[in-house]
Design a protein around this ligand. Sequence first.
Ligand code: FE2
Length: 169
Amino acid sequence: MKLESLKDLYVAELQDVYDAETQITKALPKMAKAASTPELQAAFHEHLRQTEQQISRLEQIFSGHGLPARGKTCKGMQGLIEEGQEMMKEKADPSVMDAALISAAQKVEHYEIASYGTLRTFANLLGLQQDVQLLQTTLDEEGNTDKKLTMLAERLVNPDAANEVGGRR
Ligand SMILES: [Fe+2]
């Protein structure tokens, strides 16, 4: 694909985030399984449902431009998910594992926040007001998810867990 205009870049970025979201829908059930607290499991399940809606918003945008909803492998998200999966293979205290899962999930959220923030700005510059609204809705959801994860880390993660396993402070 040639990037001759901002519109071309906009479409390329849409394809990137479309693929990223698809990857996330596959990773979230595994993360929910690896989480030990019901609250964190529920948060991952809720975000999966949200992600499915975010995917349909992207499909709405593609179809508004008469384009097929198509992803282009998002290597950034592949890397983030791979790192998360490596972490899930480690033996860890359940509370430390929850902390690790939250950390992986927040990295994913921040990547998405960057993507949707940029897309929203591009849509604005291109005068695509309908797209702006759809992208802003998703951007707000991602921001809220990020805040919720911070809250869960503060509430659920037991700072003494590491001491019980490693015996150091
Ligand atoms: Fe998302």
